[in-house]
Write a protein that binds this ligand. Structure first.
Ligand SMILES: [Zn+2]
Length: 404
């Protein structure tokens, strides 16, 4: 039979990483004869109250035949108990609440996934009572991890999946600085064009290594499995100034748009309000009522262009609703630009027409031609999709270059 083993909430601010714990467990299962099929890294709703870094849960898809089934179950129980004991000792802030669920692969209710990427999900009993569940492990630390674990195993990947190769460090290096090999970003760009978000060109900053004390040395994102694996192997052959403990490829829901509402069309109702801290707010009128739109300073072009909106503009926005009901913009386009602010017309001679004091006519300063006083609208052009700079994205929204 094929199991989907969901694991979540095993990391804590000072260390740990669910990807690493999943790797550890898979190695043990393989040593008993289980056959690994796929690892899945599933990002959840970014506003979840108890989210962890990046808010990602893991699923191991493994084939376990009947002869080793009980051995595997015993091993998983022991591994989980050891992990909980370890976390109790090192996670002084009591952050982690690990949960583990095994279900028959592909049989968990996929609606749980969709609820977990778009909302705060709380119905643990619905998970517990599902027919496909083989084993549930939870501890007295709390049950939050069960929700991410259930989300990871109820995800049914489709063609919007992306991939992430992850390399882990040896434990002795945790907390020390990572040294990227010279030329690693050029190498990715020239030799591995199907990888993405490796570097932020606007800040010339690498994005493959985290800056946290977690066990990850680097991660590389790609559009398909084989090219991601090839890039992973190539990078692993470089000199990182430390040994690589292990590597693995994960199928992910990153950049899938799964977390976003569909495209919302609306008409801008007011002049955008620029708030302290740089975020811009705006109301748009849609077919289902008024939507309060928020864009953040980190959004770069998105924030600037949203700030240039004027009443009457028609825009398409993609974003995520916050718990307060505001739409946080991930990308947008302006399909109709309302005629802009008014200005005086220019004279035929190229000179400027001005009003003549108290009289109502306009007069050209150059050729002295007169014209009845009036205003004309400033022309504004429509614009295609804009998105935040790559380092400010949350890895949930599909890059514009991949939109169909
Ligand atoms: Zn003139």
């Amino acid at each position: 039979m094929i199991w989907a083993i969901g694991i979540d909430d095993t990391d804590y601010p000072d260390g740990g990483c669910t990807t690493w714990h999943a790797n550890d467990l898979e190695e043990l299962l393989v040593s008993l004869g289980a056959k690994p099929i796929e690892r899945r890294l599933v990002r959840l709703w970014p506003f979840a109250v108890r989210r962890t870094r990046g808010n990602a849960a893991l699923a191991l898809i493994v084939e376990v035949d009947d002869r080793i089934k009980n051995d595997c179950l015993n091993l998983i129980r022991q591994w989980y108990d050891d992990l909980v004991e370890h976390i109790k000792q090192v996670d002084t802030n009591q952050h982690a609440r690990p949960g583990l669920i095994i279900a028959i692969d592909g049989e968990m209710d996929s609606n749980i996934y969709w609820e977990c990427v778009k909302n705060e999900y709380t119905d643990i009993e619905r998970i517990r009572n599902h027919d496909s569940v083989v084993l549930i492990l939870e501890s007295d630390l709390g049950r939050d991890g069960l929700i991410g674990a259930a989300a990871a195993i109820s995800w049914i990947p489709d063609s919007t999946s992306t991939f992430e190769g992850i390399a882990w460090r040896n434990e002795s290096m945790y907390g020390t600085q990572r040294t990227a090999p010279n030329g690693v970003f050029k190498r990715l760009e020239s030799k591995h064009p199907n990888t993405f978000m490796n570097r932020d060109p606007t800040k010339n900053r690498g994005l493959i290594s985290p800056r946290t004390p977690c066990p990850v040395l680097f991660g590389v994102r790609g559009w398909n499995h084989d090219d991601t694996l090839e890039a992973m192997n190539d990078l692993s052959s470089l000199d990182w100034n430390e040994q690589i403990y292990a590597t693995a490829i994960h199928r992910t829901n990153q950049c899938s748009d799964d977390h976003l509402e569909g495209i919302i069309d609306g008409t801008v109702m007011n002049i955008p309000i620029r708030n302290r801290g740089g975020h811009v707010t705006l109301d748009i009128l849609t077919s289902s009522g008024v939507v309060h739109v928020v864009s953040f300073k980190e959004g770069g072009d998105v924030n600037r262009e949203i700030g240039n909106s004027i009443p009457g503009d028609r825009i398409h926005v993609l974003g995520i609703f916050s718990p307060e009901g505001d739409l946080h913009i991930e990308r947008f386009m302006r399909s109709y630009s309302s005629p802009g602010f008014l200005k005086r017309p220019d004279c035929e001679c190229g000179g400027h027409l001005r009003t003549m004091g108290s009289k109502s006519d306009l007069r050209c300063k150059s050729c002295r031609k007169r014209m009845t006083s009036h205003w004309i609208a400033i022309n504004r052009s429509n614009m295609g999709w804009v998105e935040p700079p790559v380092s400010s994205r949350r890895h949930l929204s599909m890059p514009i270059s991949m939109m169909k």
